[in-house]
Design a binder for this molecule. Structure first.
Ligand code: SF4
Length: 259
């Protein structure tokens, strides 16, 4: 199965998933109650599949759909303030053809990037439980397996970054150690077998309203994430930047410094 076909199959499985009946019921209830601004909308109210380029070298892993954002529109990071920030940054860095993300028919196209999340159903208070995250994890693993050109994974927020770390580990990528979460913290993981690919995991603060309204995450800080992604992708020689990071990490460890 080629990546577009494989991602299409994963998408069908995601949308049909009922492993968390409590979340499906919550999403359906939100769709009935609605927010006043969206009374004309028919909410999606189903699990939200990944969105973007099936041949992407960059995978973004968020937390979960927003109750009145993706749970309404049916597309990752579409229809809420987090998405406005994220897609503006993706457009500025050339990964998206436009900064607007309002609905599934708005013409938005991603280039070389795929956006997914640790949980695919909107959870109450934006907080999926550990059990819900475990139930949803096989979808992320399947997406990582499908992206054969994957070079960089961007974790959006601590939970997204942790989910990305766990998925890469389950998919056979070895990290020398578990990285602590910080904005722009990066680490590299390589396959022991197969094609011995290396992938950089880059962490970012989540573009949630809580972070952007308080100035914890600014637009230049988010731009720095995608500038770093571009920098990694631009290095010629297939994995040269990842190998540089591996040897730098090993030198740091010998010196007892940060990695
Ligand atoms: S959160 Fe994930 S595992 Fe749970 S019902 Fe939704 S799609 Fe299925």
């Amino acid at each position: 199965m080629d990546p577009p076909e494989a991602l299409g199959a994963i998408e069908r499985d995601v949308v049909a998933c009922r492993r968390c009946p409590e979340l499906r019921a919550y999403c359906a209830r939100i769709a009935t109650e609605k927010r006043r601004a969206y009374t004309e909308w028919t909410y999606w109210a189903k699990p939200v599949p990944a969105f973007g380029d099936p041949n992407a070298r960059v995978l973004l892993v968020g937390l979960a759909p927003g109750a009145h954002g993706s749970n309404r529109t049916g597309r990752m990071f579409t229809g809420d303030a987090s998405g406005e920030w994220l897609y503006r940054a993706l457009a500025r860095s050339g990964f998206a053809n436009q900064p607007q993300a309002t609905d599934r028919n708005d013409g938005l196209v991603l280039h070389d990037a795929l956006i997914t999340a640790a949980a695919r159903c909107a959870p109450p208070h934006n907080k999926p439980t550990p059990q819900q995250l475990r139930r949803c994890a096989p979808f992320l693993d399947a997406e990582v397996h499908t992206l054969t050109r994957l070079r960089v994974v961007v974790g959006l927020g601590a939970i997204g970054t942790r989910a990305a770390y766990d998925a890469l580990t389950r998919c056979g990528f070895n990290f020398a150690e578990r990285p602590s979460f910080a904005h722009l913290a990066e680490t590299v993981a390589c396959e022991d077998s197969g094609e011995h690919r290396c992938i950089v995991l880059l962490a970012s603060y989540h573009p949630s309203r809580q972070n952007t309204n308080t100035g914890k995450l600014t637009e230049p800080m988010l731009d720095a994430v995608f500038a770093r992604v571009r920098n990694i992708l631009a290095v010629q020689g297939g994995g040269a930047e990842e190998r540089r990071l591996v040897s730098q990490r090993s030198r740091n460890r010998k010196r007892g410094g940060r990695t």
